[in-house]
Design a protein around this ligand. Structure first.
Ligand code: PLP
Length: 467
């Protein structure tokens, strides 16, 4: 038995993996990783995989980045952790100062959680609690977009709409209001992204007009609905939404957990709409992909509604044990230094252009409905029928075939259902982008070769197989 197999057997004897039907591993090998370097992950038998999805969208400057490593080593000698209630430390103070500085004007307070879903819980609870502290107890519902994803904890699932993740738990979820997404994949033939996104705003306007008295906040994934299949829309929607939230007295929560830190082409997606949300939730690339942490930025107005004598019971008594962990903070500080020192956002423009040119030919593929891109995120949607955009039945798991082919070629491309996408670390080279495009083309050819199996029934269009 090879080393990979040995680790796999030990793993499968004791672990339960995330987002996985464990029975799949009776036929799909699990890949134990020994080390990482730059865009590469390497298994125990020396095979390398180009990490095209940044390990679930967290990595921005490569695995085992020497600059981030050094900061972590230095911090380890000083302080690994201290509770943040009643105590503080330089890394968390410096990181908070930096985040306030680089995010849109008006976001002046930072609250920490230790993963993205928990960050969403913080924003939802804070918004609800703000209105309560202001004497508006009736504002307790949240508005969300169809096909959105905000994490796996119960309130985060409640504001999500990817059936695969939420359907089972429906009886547990909060009562939210769902508005059709501005997703431009469904725009009428010949219509541009801006016009479609603007038109789709009518649904949001209607919802807010009818329900604003009972609504605490609208929550969106700005510009890209990630787990919903890398579906994209125009910034004009965010601008209209900001104006409407102001008009109706409703908070705007931007979940930039996936899209923050340059994924959309700007440091934060909200910059493209020129707006400041009431809550900005960051995680994933915040620490360069090193350690779990989330930051929730909000305004002084929100902060002041909680600031009072203890016995008024207006405080936000929410805590996560590892809040503001110093190691995560220095990883984040080192990441922000690299963004600044290497002028990364500007340099990424050339990489984004290269991603577009390397995959342009796929738009002509008979089973590709669309190749779409926003900044450093590029998605290729495989379909059964190109003209009608008829999706493949989810049970056929066409994306899984792309994933398996890519692994055999040395790439980690993990599609979302039938959507193959690139969301690479920013240290990828133009040659590596060409390699990914070749592998993706081969994988798509292979996965779309056979006709739809007649045995498949029970088609559920909003059921995304994670791969
Ligand atoms: C937009 C968005 N929000 C929230 C989350 C949840 O983050 P976490 O997995 O760290 O809980 C994710 C994770 O993919 C995400 O993409």
């Amino acid at each position: 038995m090879g080393l990979n197999d040995q680790w796999m057997q030990r793993d499968l004897a004791v672990l339960w993996h995330p987002c996985t039907q464990m029975k799949d591993h009776e036929r799909l090998p699990l890949i134990p990783i020994k080390r990482g370097e730059g865009v590469w992950l390497e298994d125990f038998e020396g095979k390398r995989y180009l990490d095209a999805v940044s390990s679930w969208w967290v990595n921005v400057f490569g695995h085992a980045n020497p600059r981030i490593n050094q900061r972590l080593k230095d911090q380890l000698e000083q302080l690994e952790h201290v509770m943040l209630a009643g105590f503080s430390h330089p890394p968390v103070i410096e990181l908070s100062e930096r985040l306030v500085q680089i995010t849109p004007a008006g976001l002046d307070r930072v609250f920490y959680a230790d993963n993205g879903s928990s960050g969403i819980e913080v924003a939802l609870k804070m918004s609800f609690h703000y209105w309560r502290n202001c004497g508006q107890d009736g504002k307790k519902r949240f508005v969300t977009l169809s096909n959105s994803y905000h994490g796996e904890t119960v309130a985060a699932m409640s504001v999500g709409d990817v059936a695969l993740f939420t359907e089972t738990y429906k009886p547990l979820l909060l009562d939210t209001l769902k508005v059709p997404s501005p997703d431009c994949y469904y725009r009428p033939e010949g219509m541009g992204w801006e016009e479609h996104s603007r038109n789709m705003f009518a649904h949001m306007e209607q919802c807010l007009a009818a329900h604003h008295r009972e609504v605490a906040a609208v929550i969106v994934e700005p510009l890209i609905q990630g787990a919903g299949g890398m579906r994209m829309y125009h910034p004009v929607y965010l601008k209209l939404l900001r104006e409407a939230c102001d008009r109706y007295g409703v908070h705007l929560i931007h979940d930039e957990i996936a899209v923050g830190f340059g994924r959309t082409g700007t440091m934060f997606a909200c910059e493209q709409a020129g707006i400041t949300p009431d809550f900005l939730v960051l995680s994933k690339a915040l620490t360069g992909g090193y350690l779990p942490m989330a930051a929730v930025l909000t305004t002084d107005t929100v902060y002041q509604a909680f600031y009072d004598d203890y016995d008024t019971l207006r405080a936000f008594l929410h805590s996560h044990t590892y809040t503001g962990n110093p190691l995560a903070c220095v990883a984040a500080l080192a990441t922000l230094d690299i963004f600044a020192e290497d002028n990364v956002i500007a340099a990424n423009q050339a990489l984004a252009t290269k991603m577009a040119s390397a995959t342009a030919h796929l738009a002509e593929h008979p089973h590709v409905a669309e190749v779409r891109q926003t900044g450093m995120a590029l998605a290729i949607e495989m379909v059964q029928d190109k003209a009608s955009k008829t999706a493949y039945p989810w049970q056929e798991r066409r994306g899984l075939q792309v994933f398996q082919h890519a692994l055999s070629r040395g790439a980690l491309l993990r599609p979302l259902g039938s959507v193959v996408y690139f969301l690479p670390p920013y240290v990828i080279t133009p040659e590596q982008i060409d390699f990914l495009a070749t592998v993706a083309t081969e994988g798509i050819d292979l996965a779309t070769r056979s006709a739809v199996s007649v045995a498949v029934s029970n088609f559920h269009p909003n059921h995304r197989d994670p791969g």
